[in-house]
Design a protein around this ligand. Structure first.
Ligand SMILES: Cc1cc2nc3c(=O)[nH]c(=O)nc-3n(C[C@H](O)[C@H](O)[C@H](O)COP(=O)(O)OP(=O)(O)OC[C@H]3O[C@@H](n4cnc5c(N)ncnc54)[C@H](O)[C@@H]3O)c2cc1C
Length: 319
């Protein structure tokens, strides 16, 4: 049975095919070939039904969010891509329930305007809420896990709920990363009460600083490699790091990349920013193959110089 037929008749599901399903249109890097179809589920029932039907089909399939942290291969993805795009946000006192397809930035603005403090420093982190939980996104000293009370997800068989401890959060990680077939549907957040105007101003200032580093039109995925925990580094490498570059037990990947001459490196249309060694972008006409070649070269240089392998923070599709 054709994939499109497998999904026919699912209420609340929007299916894109052909050019509309070119993945470069759905990723911030603007890289990646076509998939067989891209389906947006606008409700929990639609998502679960589509998931079950795709599970029963013989074609490969996977899920993505807003595509801000993805590298998709130039060949694209030979299967279906499912997105959960329900996006409602409902506050009850200091608690807010959010669907996984809500924009993280819209959620932060919603909380700020109601004097709900706790995620205002993450303003400017792009993408949808589900992926922010999946990757335990964070910025400027705040991270998602500090505010999550519970997460509702579909594990492929049934709908389940985890409390914060069960999510297994750690730096840029959650149990959902270890179980890629588990799909986050919604979450409840707990905030502190604060003054709305101060929260709005803090987010505004942080967005302005971030926009200078990551211009909104830049085709990139933010920082490409994960920062390093000092305790996990080989002793020789650890002793070479200037004290000022160690923040809360973490060392920016950019420091190691700077030491191996990454700034300004280029392969085809893919470049390392000349002001930030852990920021790689598609300057125009780049390909995923060029991006992977550049990442491999950077990892090789850091390994040769420091004896450990950098790990990508971005997720790969179709490789
Ligand atoms: C300019 C820029 C700056 C950035 N700055 C930061 C930063 O400061 N801090 C930070 O942490 N990140 C940062 N990022 C990375 C990115 O914003 C986050 O990783 C974000 O959470 C990705 O969201 P997305 O919806 O685009 O996910 P996608 O890129 O579409 O997907 C990422 C992963 O999440 C999984 N996923 C998506 N939705 C779900 C779901 N509902 N359930 C389970 N898994 C799911 C996907 O399968 C995929 O593996 C930055 C990115 C850019 C482009």
């Amino acid at each position: 049975m054709l994939l499109v037929d497998a999904l026919r008749g699912v209420a609340g599901l929007e299916v894109l095919t052909g050019e509309a399903a070119e993945l470069r249109r759905h990723t911030r890097f603007e890289l990646g070939g076509p998939c067989l179809l891209l389906a947006d589920a606008h409700s929990e029932a639609a998502f679960v039904e589509a998931y079950r039907r795709l599970q029963a089909s013989i074609s490969p399939w996977t899920t993505i969010g807003r595509g801000t942290n993805l590298i998709v291969s130039d060949r694209g993805y030979e299967g279906a891509i499912l997105r959960y795009s329900a996006s409602s946000i409902r506050a009850e006192g200091l608690r807010v329930k959010v669907d996984a397809g809500a924009e993280l930035n819209g959620f932060i603005d919603y909380a700020n305007a109601r004097g709900l403090a706790g995620l205002e420093a993450m303003a400017g982190v792009p993408g949808w809420l589900g992926a922010a939980i999946y990757g335990n996104a964070g910025a400027y000293g705040q991270s998602i896990h500090q505010r999550v009370q519970s997460v509702r997800f579909f594990d492929g068989a049934e709908l389940r709920e985890f409390d914060n401890a069960e999510c297994g959060f750690r730096y840029r990680h959650s149990k959902f990363k270890d179980n890629k077939d588990w799909q986050i549907l919604s979450a409840v957040f707990q905030f502190d009460a604060s003054e709305a105007a101060a929260l709005v101003e803090r987010s505004r200032a942080i967005r302005a600083a971030r926009d200078a580093k990551f211009p909104p039109s830049m085709r990139c995925a933010g920082s490409i490699f994960k920062n390093l925990l000092l305790k996990d580094l080989p002793a020789d490498a650890a002793t070479r790091i200037p004290a000022g570059r160690i923040i809360e037990g973490k060392v920016p990947a950019g420091w190691f990349l700077e030491q191996v001459g990454a700034k300004g490196m280029r392969v085809g249309g893919i470049e390392v920013a000349d002001y930030h060694a852990n920021l790689i972008y598609n300057a125009g006409g780049g390909t995923a193959a060029q991006l992977v070649e550049l990442l491999d070269e950077l990892k090789r240089r850091v390994f040769t110089e420091f004896g450990f392998r950098l790990e990508e923070e971005v997720q790969f599709v179709g490789f």
